[in-house]
Ligand binder design. Structure first.
Ligand code: SOE
Length: 359
């Protein structure tokens, strides 16, 4: 496992939780943690219960059955490809890569490998999102006409907030587009379908920031915020917006989908609920998606004993490890990560040209 920051914690927590609540999922042992800084990696390994530490991914990647690539975006590419070439199963964080060309290489390596290649769009594994998917697939919303996605955070609203790798184009590829917009685009593809064309607008509000513990500013070379219109293949209209400057929003990932027969509305900060407008109803009803026959419901507590953000990783890991053990397919896979990367790129191209572009 390659672990960095709180994504490493989220997956390690999920792997510890799995045997109790998903006893049919294959178990994994935490053999090796990779980190460039040996002391930091050793501390993390002790805290999370890994057997050993390596500072170079080459010393670990063909030594394991399953490889979690949770590092910054620029280290998604080569280690994931090397693992897949050795038929090691990979779960790679989103966005899949810094560029479309890199994502294409990764998707090719996945297609050529016998291993499972998963991309970490964990919001597909929220029970209420799965419930929305069931309604869409069953035709309960009718023909989809509108899809509105927003992902709003506030951690850069303060112009003195420190510089980090997420603000550097060489490391991250893009800014809020790849970090938050990628989640929205993935859910849009999951729930509504593929996008044909976009018109995008990107903005960077603060041009330089000082890294923690340093005195010299570094340039911010990525987008701070974006907005886009989208045309779905099925004729639906989409709007997307994401920012790290939404004062008052912490992790406000919302969507609303309107069809000819009904609508759904979701807010990640109330993730146990889905608002549904059905048939000839006059407005939205709030459905608490925690019943035994709701997605993943039978694995957890009795109805109404709600789940949290961390449970998305438990569901994701259960399905990933089951597929890796040869039982079924996993989605979202690298091909989905590439499709999202093309959308991110299309928004940037559209912003550069100030016109609609095909994806
Ligand atoms: C950024 O703040 C972040 O941690 C993203 O990197 C995650 O993908 C998202 O789930 C929550 O916000």
């Amino acid at each position: 496992m390659l672990g960095y920051g709180f994504m490493g914690d989220a997956h390690a927590n999920a792997l510890r939780t799995l045997p109790q609540f998903f006893p049919d999922a294959p178990e994994v042992s935490l053999d090796v943690l990779v980190g460039r800084d040996e002391d930091a990696a050793s501390d993390a390994a002790d805290r999370l219960g890994f057997d050993r530490v390596e500072t170079d991914w080459r010393d670990a990647v063909d030594d394991v059955d399953v490889f979690y690539n949770l590092g910054p975006n620029d280290v998604h590419v080569e280690p994931s490809i090397a693992a897949l070439e050795n038929d090691v199963h990979v779960l790679c964080e989103k966005p899949l890569a810094p560029t479309v060309a890199d994502a294409e290489r990764m998707a090719e390596a996945a297609a050529d490998s016998d291993a499972t290649a998963a991309v970490g769009f964990n919001y597909r594994f929220v029970p209420a999102v799965r419930y929305a998917k069931r309604l869409v697939d069953a035709g309960e919303l009718g023909e989809i006409r509108h899809a509105r996605f927003r992902y709003l955070q506030d951690w850069l609203a303060d112009a003195d907030a420190p510089w980090s790798w997420r603000l550097d184009a060489d490391t991250a590829g893009s800014g809020v587009l790849g970090d938050l917009g990628a989640h929205s685009f993935d859910l849009a593809r999951f729930l509504v379908g593929d996008v044909d064309a976009v018109s995008g607008h990107c903005e960077t509000f603060v041009e330089e920031r000082v890294p923690e513990g340093e005195t010299e500013p570094r340039p911010v070379t990525v987008d701070d915020a974006f907005a886009a219109h989208a045309e779905f293949e099925n004729g639906a209209m989409g709007t997307f917006e994401a920012t790290r400057y939404a004062t008052g929003r912490k992790n406000g990932h919302t969507f609303e989908i309107d069809g000819s027969e009904g609508a759904v509305r979701f807010d990640l900060e109330r993730l146990n609920e889905l608002e549904v407008r059905r048939g000839d109803g006059r407005g939205f009803e709030t459905v608490l998606v925690t019943d035994d026959d709701d997605p993943y419901g039978e694995h957890w507590w009795p109805p109404g004993h709600v789940l949290g953000w961390e449970h998305t990783f438990v569901h994701e890991n259960s399905e990933f490890l089951t597929a890796a053990a040869g039982d079924g397919e996993f989605a979202p896979e690298f091909a989905d990560g590439l499709a999202v990367q093309r959308l991110l790129d299309a928004v940037e191209r559209s912003d550069d040209r100030r016109e609609w572009v095909t994806v």
